[in-house]
Design a protein around this ligand. Structure first.
Ligand code: SF4
Length: 285
């Protein structure tokens, strides 16, 4: 499938110039580059501006509840582990209401790609502080400045045994495309946190703010993405220099690999014609 074929007839309703556009473009390019047939891709979203994304990519899609993209994506992956399952959400969706699911999906190492549109604000509800808003950031809900320190998704992912931890920038689509390609190819849970300027409600973390600060980890020849301690150090860089790229990667058995009932064929292809379930039904019904 080409990016053109992956484009739906409906036009996105995102604000002009929003970072979400860059993420949608990068996702379609990644699917094209990997030559994934669209019937073998499922995009699951939570709620927020990012939640509309499955409507605008020509694959299977599921618009779930707020913070619940990961449980839906996990269930889909267990039902058919041959499917490429990509979950998308925002920082409020994934790092706020969905935080519990986020941590457990990572430690389980479910084979999912999770793309987080991290714009440091609630955009769809018109501009309240989110879990990744900087301390002191003034919004409608924090007129005197946010009083809580922000969640650090990269450090949290490293501490939760995530096997692929990356950060992209919606203003660098070729680089983000590469990260999504690698994330989909990775066997295990891949987090791609994306710096995604909300041009309407966040006047602090703008494209210009990030253009002046981001640098690529892969440009540092001494950086080793298998060194978790070094990854932790980089995870805390923010104010003047913001790293993007692959922070950390390791190989570990996936949750699906650990389940004997999935080892031969996907659950959806199991046949139960010869199984007599009457004793079970009699016991419980
Ligand atoms: Fe993008 Fe912000 Fe507009 Fe939502 S409100 S579409 S995040 S610019």
């Amino acid at each position: 499938m080409t990016s053109y074929e992956l484009t739906t007839a409906e036009r996105p309703t995102w604000c002009p110039g929003c970072g979400d556009w860059g993420i949608l473009t990068a996702l379609k390019k990644a699917i094209e580059e990997l030559q994934l047939p669209n019937h073998n891709v499922l995009v699951v979203a939570g709620i927020g501006c990012s939640g509309h994304l499955p409507q605008w990519v020509n694959t299977f899609g599921f618009h779930s509840l707020h913070g619940r993209a990961l449980p839906v994506a996990t269930a889909a992956k267990f039902a058919n582990h041959e499917l490429n399952v990509i979950a998308v959400g925002g920082d409020g969706d994934g790092y706020g209401i969905g935080m519990g699911h986020f941590i457990h999906a990572m430690r389980r190492n479910v084979d999912l790609t999770y793309i987080v549109h991290d714009n440091q604000i609630y955009g769809l509800t018109t501009g309240q502080a989110s879990p990744t808003s900087e301390k002191g950031f003034k919004t409608k809900s924090t007129p005197r400045g946010a009083i809580e320190p922000p969640v650090n998704p990269i450090a949290l992912a490293l501490a939760s045994d995530c096997t692929f931890v990356a950060r992209g920038f919606a203003g660098d689509v070729p680089h983000l495309t590469k990260l999504i390609v690698e994330g989909i190819k990775h066997k295990g849970f891949a987090l791609i946190d994306v710096l995604q300027p909300c041009v309407t409600f966040n006047q602090l973390n703008t494209f210009d703010y990030f253009y002046r600060r981001v640098y690529k980890l892969e440009d540092d020849k001494n950086y080793n993405p298998n060194d978790k301690f070094e990854a932790f150090k980089r995870a805390f860089e923010w104010r003047n220099k913001i790293p993007i790229g692959l922070f950390y990667k390791e190989e570990r058995k996936t949750y699906e690999d650990e389940l004997p009932q999935l080892s031969k064929i996907p659950l959806v292809k199991h046949r139960i014609d010869n199984v007599d379930i009457r004793p079970l039904m009699e016991e419980f019904v």
